[in-house]
Design a protein around this ligand. Structure first.
Ligand code: CA
Length: 226
């Protein structure tokens, strides 16, 4: 079993690697986000241990890029911050577990073993938010088990919103990702498409998932207090 540790704090990184090797694992250590991302994408790991605060690219971005590339390797987040919103964000981005520093090595090892047993449990073919489901393989969307028909652009727009759940997406980003165009503030093509999408996947249902953030863009998230 091969484990990647991405941790910039030398003491913690060395300590974790040493501990994992003594426990019988093969363990590599990356000391910044970009190195970690490169290794994660190319190293064929069974598990990734990922610190949140990292130089060159933070753990959120590493995880997001890893998941967007379709890799389902289990990820444990390590962080000094114990704020619940960090935990939620990590899990939404596709982390499988979360440990707040400082932690006991025995606790860490137990989580590692649990995740390795569980293996690649995520289904990369389905994106979900509340009762909204997108089947990427069959190109189907349903809400509360009701099939929703979308145009190709609406599908692409919803896929982007679902993959970046909880992040406010500026119109310029939506324009470049979905329409492959530079954003021109005179055009309302994005607002029109979002309105149509909402009419199909949000308006007949509860809770409302797609939110306009005035002056910034759009976000898809499951409301905490619907
Ligand atoms: Ca750090």
């Amino acid at each position: 079993m091969k484990i990647l540790i991405v941790e910039d704090e030398p003491k913690t990184g060395d300590y974790l690697r040493k501990g994992l090797v003594e426990a019988g694992f093969v363990a590599d250590l990356a000391r910044d986000g970009l190195d970690g991302l490169h290794l994660a994408l190319n190293g064929d790991y069974d598990l990734i241990v990922l610190d949140v605060m990292l130089p060159s690219m933070d753990g959120w971005d590493v995880l997001q890029t890893v998941r967007q590339s379709g890799l389902t390797t289990p990820v444990i987040f390590l962080t000094a911050r114990d704020r619940v919103e960090d935990k939620v964000r990590g899990l939404e981005l596709g982390a499988d577990d979360y440990l707040v520093k400082p932690f006991a090595f025995s606790e860490f090892l137990a989580r590692v073993r649990t995740l390795l047993r569980r293996g690649k449990s995520q289904d990369p073919q389905t994106l979900r938010a509340a009762d909204l489901e997108m089947d990427l393989l069959r190109r189907r969307v349903s809400r509360a088990n009701v099939r929703v028909d979308l145009t190709a652009k609406e599908f692409a727009l919803l896929e982007l919103l679902l993959r970046r759940q909880g992040q406010v997406l500026p119109r310029s980003l939506i324009a470049s990702q979905v329409w492959d165009m530079n954003f021109d503030s005179d055009t309302n093509v994005i607002d029109v498409a979002v309105r149509r999408l909402r009419a199909k996947v949000d308006e007949p249902f509860d809770p409302k998932l797609i939110r306009t953030v005035r002056g910034m863009g759009y976000v898809l998230e499951v409301p905490e207090h619907p």
